[in-house]
Design a protein around this ligand. Structure first.
Ligand code: UD1
Ligand code: CA
Length: 472
C-alpha cells in the first residue's frame, strides 16, 4: 500500500432539520444533481480507493441515487440512529474493517469541496507524523461552525462546537471545515472514547481532534473558505449553487467559450461546450447537453440533454429537451424542441414551432407556427406556417412522413398516419387524410366564389342592424 492510499467516508445520515424539508438534506439538488453526488465525486477524483457513504435519514433514496450514479463503486453503510458525526464515522469505518491506510472523513453537505483540497490534505497527512490531519480556514465571522482551539505554541488542542463555545471562543475566526485524514489504527482505537457530554448530547467526530492532539499531534492545512462552506439551510443552498455555477462558468471561459453576463448563465456540471461558442445571458444548459464549436446560443434559451452541432444558431428563448440539433441549423426565436427531435444539418425551425419525436432531414424548413409531432421529414422539405401534424387520435400516436423535396402549404392539417410523396405539393389550407403520391398536388378546400358588388350591400345591411340595436 502506498503511504498516501486513502478511503473516503462521506457522512450523509443526518436529517438536515434546518432545511425544513421532507427531502433529506443531501438529496436537495445543486445544479441539477443531488448534493451528495459532489463530495462523493470529489473523493473519487482525488483518488480514493473506496468511498463509503453513511446513510440513515432517507437511506433508500440516497442509496438508489448513488447506485444509479456510481454503481458498486460506492459502499453504503447504515447509521440506524443519528447519534452524531462521531457515531456516523464509526458506522462508515465498520464497512471496511480491514483497511489500514488513511480514512478521509467528509460531510455530505460540503458540496464545494474540490478534489484538490482532499488530495492536498492526504499528502499533508502522509508527510506528518501524527495520526490526524485536518483542513482549517478562517472567516471574519465563523458563526455556526466548530472553532479551532490552539495552545500558546499555536498547536491545535481541540475543536469546540458553536453551541459549546464560550463568548470568547465564539470570537475565534479559525473554523473547522470538517475534512479530516485519520489513520485507521488510531481511528479504531479512539472512536469508542467519544462521549455525549456536550450541548447537543451527540457523539462529536470533532472530539477525535483532542485525542489526536494528546497522541502524536494534529497536522493542519489552511485552505480557502470558498471551497469549504457547508449547506445547512436553504439560504446556504442558494449561495452554494451560485458559487458552484460561477466555478463552472469560469472553467468554460478559460476553455475558450464566451459567456456574456456569466453570473446570469446556469451550466450544470455534465455539460460540455467546445471553444469559440458564444452563450448569451440568461441561458440554462442542463444534464448531458453537448455543444460543438462556433455555436451561438442567444438570450433565454433552455437546453436539457441536447446535442448541438457546429455552427448552429439558437435564437432567443428557444427550449430543447433530449434533442439533436445538426450543424448549421437555425432554431427559434421561441422554438420548442421536445424529446426525440433530430434535426439534420442546416435545418431551420422558426418561431412558435413545436417538434416532438420528429426527424427532419438536411436543409428542411418549418419557419413559423407549426406542430410537428411523430414526423419523418426528408431533405429540402418546406413546411408552411400553421401546419399541424394531427398525430394523436385520442388513443394512439401515428406517424406523418414528408418525403424529400415535398412542400406543405400554410395552414394544412396532416392527419396521421399519412405520407406526402417525394416532390409532392399540398395546397394551402388542405386537410390531408390520404397519402399524396410523389409529384402530385393535393388540394382539399372548398372552392372560392366571388359575388361581385356584394360588399357595399352587405356593409349597409350590417350598419342598419347596428343602428336599430343601439336605438332600443
Ligand atoms: C459539523 C462539525 C463542525 C464543522 C461543520 C462544518 C461536528 C460535531 N461538527 O457541524 O465542527 O464546523 O460540520 O460544516 O462534526 N451526520 C450523520 N449522522 C449524524 C449526524 C450528522 O451522518 O448522526 C452527517 C450529516 O448528514 C451531515 C454531516 O454529518 O452531512 C454534518 O452534520 P451537520 O449536522 O451538518 O454538522 P454541523 O453542525 O454543520
Ligand atoms: Ca453542516
Amino acid at each position: 500500500m502506498n503511504p498516501a492510499d486513502f478511503v473516503s467516508i462521506v457522512l450523509a445520515a443526518g436529517m438536515g432539520t434546518r432545511m425544513k424539508s421532507r427531502l433529506p438534506k443531501v438529496m436537495h439538488p445543486l445544479l441539477g444533481r443531488p448534493m451528495i453526488c459532489y463530495p462523493v465525486q470529489a473523493a473519487f477524483d482525488a483518488g480514493a480507493t473506496r468511498v463509503v457513504c453513511v446513510v440513515g435519514h432517507g437511506a433508500d433514496m440516497v442509496t438508489s441515487e448513488l447506485r444509479a450514479r456510481f454503481a458498486e463503486r460506492v459502499l453504503m453503510a447504515l447509521q440506524p440512529e443519528q447519534r452524531g458525526t462521531g457515531d456516523a464515522a464509526r458506522c462508515g469505518a465498520a464497512a471496511l474493517p480491514d483497511w489500514n491506510g488513511w480514512f478521509v472523513i467528509q460531510y455530505g453537505d460540503s458540496a464545494l469541496l474540490t478534489c484538490a483540497a482532499i488530495a492536498a490534505l492526504v499528502a499533508h497527512a502522509s508527510a506528518s507524523t501524527g495520526p490526524l490531519a485536518l483542513l482549517t480556514s478562517t472567516l471574519p465571522d465563523a458563526t455556526g461552525y466548530g472553532r479551532i482551539l490552539r495552545d500558546a505554541q499555536g498547536r491545535i488542542v481541540r475543536i469546540q462546537e458553536q453551541k459549546d463555545c464560550t463568548p470568547e471562543q465564539r470570537a475565534i475566526q479559525e473554523w473547522n471545515p470538517g475534512v479530516y485524514a485519520i489513520r485507521a489504527d488510531f481511528f479504531r482505537a479512539s472512536i469508542g472514547k467519544l462521549t455525549t457530554n456536550n450541548a447537543q448530547g451527540e457523539l462529536y467526530l470533532t472530539d477525535l481532534v483532542a485525542l489526536a492532539a494528546a497522541d502524536g499531534g494534529v497536522a493542519d492545512l489552511a485552505w480557502d473558505a470558498a471551497e469549504l462552506h457547508g449547506v445547512n439551510d436553504r439560504a446556504e443552498l442558494g449561495l452554494r449553487e451560485r458559487e458552484l455555477s460561477q466555478r463552472i462558468a469560469l472553467a468554460h471561459m478559460k476553455n475558450g467559450v464566451t459567456l456574456r453576463s456569466p453570473a446570469s448563465i446556469c451550466i450544470e456540471p455534465g455539460v460540455t461546450i467546445e471553444p469559440d461558442s458564444v452563450i448569451e445571458r440568461d441561458v440554462t444548459l442542463r444534464g448531458k447537453t453537448a455543444i460543438a464549436r462556433d455555436v451561438h446560443i442567444d438570450v433565454g434559451c433552455v437546453l436539457t440533454d441536447t446535442t448541438v452541432g457546429e455552427g448552429a444558431k439558437l435564437l432567443p428563448y428557444s427550449v430543447a429537451t433530449e434533442s439533436v440539433i445538426g450543424a448549421g441549423a437555425k432554431i427559434g426565436p421561441f422554438a420548442h424542441l421536445r424529446p426525440g427531435t433530430e434535426l439534420a444539418e442546416d435545418v431551420h425551425i422558426g418561431n412558435f414551432v413545436e417538434t416532438k419525436k420528429t426527424r427532419v432531414g438536411k436543409g428542411s424548413k418549418a419557419n413559423h407556427l407549426a406542430y410537428l409531432g411523430d414526423g419523418q421529414i426528408g431533405r429540402d422539405v418546406n413546411v408552411g406556417a400553421g401546419t399541424i401534424f394531427c398525430n394523436y387520435d385520442g388513443v394512439n400516436k401515428h406517424v406523418t412522413t414528408l418525403e424529400d423535396g415535398s412542400f406543405i402549404g400554410s395552414d394544412s392539417q396532416l392527419v396521421a398516419p399519412v405520407t406526402i410523396g417525394r416532390g409532392a405539393y399540398v395546397g394551402t389550407g388542405t386537410t390531408v387524410t390520404q397519402d399524396v403520391p410523389a409529384d402530385a398536388l393535393a388540394i382539399g378546400r372548398a372552392r372560392q366564389v366571388n359575388k361581385l358588388d356584394l360588399a357595399p350591400r352587405l356593409r349597409a345591411r350590417l350598419l342598419a342592424d347596428k343602428a336599430r340595436r343601439e336605438k332600443k
